[in-house]
Ligand binder design. Structure first.
Ligand SMILES: [Zn+2]
Length: 192
């Protein structure tokens, strides 16, 4: 993005223009945390129209991420809307393309495998785990039930669908870069 383009983008919005005026006053210090969070959020749309009987589990798994991280938000796509993540029910073991999925990049896919459900694994934990892959987290196997990314090694009786502190931090880092880019644009505009 050129300086001129960045300037025209920022001047167009009152909120961002305000943050620009705050930057010289704050000088070397970073913008306040709540400003960072407001600028940082990346929205990813997921298509659960092919998730069959797992649709509600997918929504619950996505909401678990939404309740635990701030830099990225998972929103159910409306009919016909371009989705960043597709959820497809099938008869094998669950699997997912490894992200982090980006709004402008290729779509990720989660295959919601019935084989794990038939073995007794919790469907919401499966959904949150597979969406964790979409958000760029690798498996953490073997691992305890307290780890979302321990997957099946957490045990069949494990119903934990909440990412632990390190998993939350890793996702926040994965989606902090777009915030950094946007903040960098703001700082460029502020230069004389
Ligand atoms: Zn996995």
């Amino acid at each position: 993005m050129s300086y001129r383009t960045a300037a025209s983008v920022l001047i167009g919005t009152g909120t961002l223009a305000l943050s620009v005026t705050l930057i010289p006053a704050a000088s070397a210090s970073a913008p306040a945390p709540h400003q960072r969070a407001a600028l940082a959020t990346t929205t990813l749309y997921y298509d659960d129209s092919q998730a069959a009987e797992f649709k509600s589990a997918v929504v619950a798994g996505a909401n678990s991420w939404n309740a635990n991280v701030t830099n990225v938000r998972l929103v159910e796509a409306t009919a016909g809307q371009r989705a960043n993540i597709k959820i497809i029910a099938f008869d094998g073991w669950p699997q997912s393309t490894l992200g982090p999925v980006r709004p402008g990049g290729s779509a990720g896919t989660v295959w919601f495998g019935r084989e794990a459900v038939d073995e007794g694994y919790n469907t919401i934990r499966i959904a949150a785990h597979e969406l964790g892959h979409s958000l760029g987290l690798p498996d953490n196997k073997p691992g305890p039930c307290s780890s979302l990314m321990s997957g099946s090694t957490g045990g069949v009786s494990c119903t934990n669908a909440t990412p632990n502190a390190s998993e939350r931090a890793a996702v926040e880092r994965n989606y902090a870069s777009s915030a950094a880019e946007r903040l960098a644009s703001g700082l460029v505009v502020d230069a004389p």
